[in-house]
Design a protein around this ligand. Structure first.
Ligand code: 5GP
Ligand code: ZN
Length: 111
């Protein structure tokens, strides 16, 4: 068993506030929100970086990007949202399991 916190959340070994789940992904609330709404869309398959994305993983990421806007009301980001995918050290990636941050619920700063 790897020691990945998101794999443990997906396996139900660590509790999370889950807002959506299907065969390929979950959407949960971030435990340390950086905006009024801060969720994470996490593909169930473990891989850390975009360069680890083969064709089948690319399809999962595509379907995640298609799914997110359909969840606008559920997530509370009807008035707009920002997606962020941190990659590597300089971006501050702390969990090495690919995930898409969904930020919104208020006007977001842009610097
Ligand atoms: P990263 O910095 O890797 O792009 O983002 C990791 C995110 O995962 C952070 O925003 C952090 O707050 C969140 N996170 C870390 N551990 C947990 C956890 O156990 N549960 C939830 N819901 N979020 C977590
Ligand atoms: Zn993982």
């Amino acid at each position: 068993m790897n020691n990945c916190i998101f794999c443990k959340i997906i396996a139900g070994q660590i509790p999370s506030a889950k807002l959506y789940e299907d065969d390929e992904m979950i959407v949960i609330k971030d435990i340390e929100p950086k905006a009024k709404v801060h969720c994470l869309c996490i593909p169930k398959e473990h891989f850390a970086l975009l360069e680890g994305m083969d064709e089948s993983r690319a399809l999962i990421v595509k379907r995640a990007l298609q799914k997110i806007p359909t969840l606008k009301t559920t997530l509370g980001v009807e008035d707009g949202f920002r997606l962020v995918v941190n990659q590597g050290e300089n971006a501050g990636q702390t969990v090495h399991h690919l995930h898409i941050h969904i930020l919104g619920g208020e006007p977001l700063p842009w610097e």
